[in-house]
Write a protein that binds this ligand. Sequence first.
Ligand code: NAP
Length: 324
Amino acid sequence: MEQELQHRRPTQSQEADAGGSGRSEAPPAPVTVVGLGKMGKALTSALLKQGHPVTVWNRSAGRADEMVRQGATAATGIDAAISASPLIIVCVTDYAGAHGILAPFGPLLAGRTLVNLSNGTPEQARRMAEWAAALGADYVDGGIMAIPPMISRPEALILYSGSERAFERHRRAFDAFGTSMYLGGDPGLAPLFDLALLSAMYGMFGGYFHALAMVGADNVPAVDFTRLVIPWLHAMIAGFPRMAESVDSGDHATDISSLDINDVGFDNLIEASRGQGVRLDLVAPLQALVRRGVAEGYSSDGLSRLAVLLRQPAEPEADAEKPA
Ligand SMILES: NC(=O)c1ccc[n+]([C@@H]2O[C@H](COP(=O)([O-])OP(=O)(O)OC[C@H]3O[C@@H](n4cnc5c(N)ncnc54)[C@H](OP(=O)(O)O)[C@@H]3O)[C@@H](O)[C@H]2O)c1
């Protein structure tokens, strides 16, 4: 799949307009935010800072108070919340929660744009898009690649997919959250990219936690060791673009580090971990993958081969690449 990924940063004029500087062609549009957990509150504050009139609703009473102090209007019910704005942003724990809140008043969504920023799967996003379309609503799905304190800063990347028309229409509100990136018309794209990026993050966390457990068994303070981890990971991440080229081209030849040499390294890592009394839950699956690569004849390939081996079951034609 070829993706053209385009960052959509607010332009200077958009920033000035959004601030209600008086030079705006139109005042910032009303927005409803449903769900006032840690993220929903951050989104609400960002919209208020940019001058949007914001109506809020949360399942449990009391959470709206802080937002009202910042200038939001608390809706008396979810029906009033939906009716208050052309743009409804939902940010709750999961899709079941989002659907459960909206479903009793679904017909009120007709002619509005529903944006779901709750975490979910591509299939859940597609089903919600179909549900919204049947009600006459535009649907945009989103993935928030940021933690609440990052919201409203350019480092906060928010991924969107679904109705491009609705994305463009409400872009000014989206740009209040950080850097907006539209991925395409398939609503499942934003959650797919979101979950894949989370996978990269969790993998990194897993390796880091295992490393801390190994040295921690020798009473090395985590804070001291972390000073070594950060530049080490930075140096290793610098190799990602080259690995990505290998994955795209199918040429995994390496003059840097082959699977067989990593296989030996993994044996030692596993033995040393056992010696330190550290559980192997996080590293054993990766060792098994390296082993499989070697066993299947890819010992001289680079580590990029592992990305292909992972998707092999879904792509039997990849067998054709195997050396005789
Ligand atoms: N926090 C982060 O760093 C972060 C980063 C990226 C994305 N996100 C995503 O943002 C979403 C919200 O996360 P959060 O950190 O704000 O979580 P949170 O602080 O735990 O808040 C959860 C929110 O969801 C509501 N909720 C949960 N189940 C519900 C249900 N069945 N019906 C109605 N409301 C329900 C809660 O309402 P009550 O107040 O009534 O319990 C609350 O408003 C999640 O999908 C999360 O993955 C979070």
